[in-house]
Design a protein around this ligand. Structure first.
Ligand SMILES: C[S@@+](CC[C@H](N)C(=O)[O-])C[C@H]1O[C@@H](n2cnc3c(N)ncnc32)[C@H](O)[C@@H]1O
Length: 180
């Protein structure tokens, strides 16, 4: 399976939780890494590291790297770049997902926050502009749907036991957590 890494552009300090949620969505839905572009936020890092320490898995977290450098390095490694945007090709009504998968390459998924630079839509940055429906919603929801479709649901049964302290035992009711 190709590797997927998420690039978050446009973190807002007044809304740190949303960036944390994007990172946690990336981790829980099968991405192997998350990059918070351009800026550093210790609170986001702490939140993600706490989750990783408790619930395990292998996940790479990085912040502060300029988005242009991330794109350049990703291209140099021959990966493809997917920009999630309400204005892109519809993931349901077009063949864009098949075209992405057909490349067989690792994928860098860019999600924005406020209005992204116009250049994100260009070939210089994105190989594919993907819309999770053509209505505006959220970076978390669009990322979750994209990852779930990309991994065809397999990511939901992923084993995070490596490095984990705790594991949830699924229950019809109530909460059961065991030490691992
Ligand atoms: C809250 S939206 C803000 C969009 C911004 N107002 C604009 O016009 O570009 C933040 C991010 O969520 C993602 N997003 C929102 N709706 C989407 C959709 N329908 N399909 C794909 N991505 C979407 C995009 O990555 C977008 O940059």
């Amino acid at each position: 399976m190709p590797e997927v890494v998420v690039l978050r552009w446009g973190h807002r300090y007044r809304d740190k939780r949303l960036t944390s949620h994007v990172a946690l969505t990336a981790r829980a839905l099968g991405a192997s890494g998350f990059i918070l572009a351009d800026i550093k936020d210790a609170k986001v890092k702490e939140t993600v590291e706490k989750v990783m320490a408790r619930w395990g898995g292998v996940f790479h977290f990085e912040m502060g790297k300029p988005w242009r450098r991330v794109v350049k390095e990703w291209r140099a490694k021959n990966g493809v770049i997917v920009h999630l945007t309400a204005y892109g090709e519809n993931i349901q009504t077009s063949d864009i997902l098949q075209r992405i998968k057909k490349t067989g390459k690792d994928v860098l998924v860019i999600v924005g926050s406020k209005k992204v630079p116009a250049g994100f839509f260009s070939e210089a940055v994105s190989d594919f502009n993907v819309a999770v429906g053509n209505q505006p919603h959220s970076e978390c929801s669009s990322l979750a749907v994209f990852l779930d479709r990309f991994f065809e649901g397999q990511e939901l049964s992923k084993d995070f036991v490596h490095n984990a302290n705790m594991k949830i035992v699924p229950q019809a009711r109530g909460k059961k957590v065991v030490k691992v």
